[in-house]
Design a protein around this ligand. Sequence first.
Ligand SMILES: [Zn+2]
Length: 280
Amino acid sequence: MVNKLIVAAALFLFGMGVTPGFAPQAVTPPPPAEQVVSISPALGIPVLLYHHLLPAEENPYPENGAILPVESFVQQMQLLHKHSYHTLSLAELELYLQGEYDPPERSVVITFDDGYQSNYIYAYPILKKYGFRATVFVITDLVPVHTQPFQPTVLTYMSWEEMEQARDVFEFGSHTCALHALDAQGESLLLSQPEAVVQEDLLASAAILDTPYFAYPFGRHNKTVRAMLPELGYRLAFATHPELARPGADPYQLGRYTILPDLDREGFCQIIGLTDEEGQ
Ligand SMILES: [Zn+2]
C-alpha cells in the first residue's frame, strides 16, 4: 500500500539522519503518523470501484465477491463525509491528470461498473444525501427501455428513465454496448472480436451516452484497444489494477481500487489515505 510505502520511506530517511555511534534510544522520535500517511493530491487520487449492492439480509449469494453489502457502502460513505472528502467528476479528474486542476486535499473518485439497478435503489440516495457524485459505467445494450421491478434475487439494470432521474448524482461512462462478455476461450470480447466490430461498438456507446470516458470490461485491455480509444474520441479509460491516478499517468491505463465485501474499515481507510486514528 502507498501509505505503508510512505511510512517506510519516511522511516528510511529518518534512519539515514542518525549519526553513527549514537545509541538507538538517543534517536529523536519520528513525526506524528498523520503528518506522513495521508494521501494528498500530490501523490494521486484513489478511484473506487463498486459493482452490485444488496442489503446483507436480502443477499441470496453471500459468497459472491461482486456483491457488496449496502451496510458496508453506507459506512464507507459516512466515513468519507465525516472526513470532508470531495468527490471528483471525471472532468475534474481529467484536468487534474493534465496538471490543470488542483483538487481539494481529500479527494476521491467513486465509480460503479455494469449499471446495476441496485446502484439506483441503494447507492443513489446515500450519495445524494452527502452531496457526493459518482460515475456509472454502463453496458448500453443491457439498459432496459422500461424500468424493471426491483427484486434482490434477480440481476436487473438501471433503465434509461432511472439514469435520467439520477443525473444530479451520477454521470455515465461507457462499458461497451455489447462486448461485456467472455468468448469460448475465456477472453474478453473487447480483445477477441475483429477490430471493426470493436470500433463500431465503442463509437456507438460513446454516442449513446455522450461520453469520452470508458471502463474496460473485466479490467482487461491490450495495445490494440488502447490505441483505438483516442481515435474514437475517448480521453480516459479505467482498468482495475490498484493504483492511484496521478498526473503523468497513461490516461488509457488508469487504476482503480475494487471495493470487495471482505474489505474492512482499516483497509478502506488505507485506500482513501486516512490514518487509523483519523478513521475512528
Ligand atoms: Zn463490468
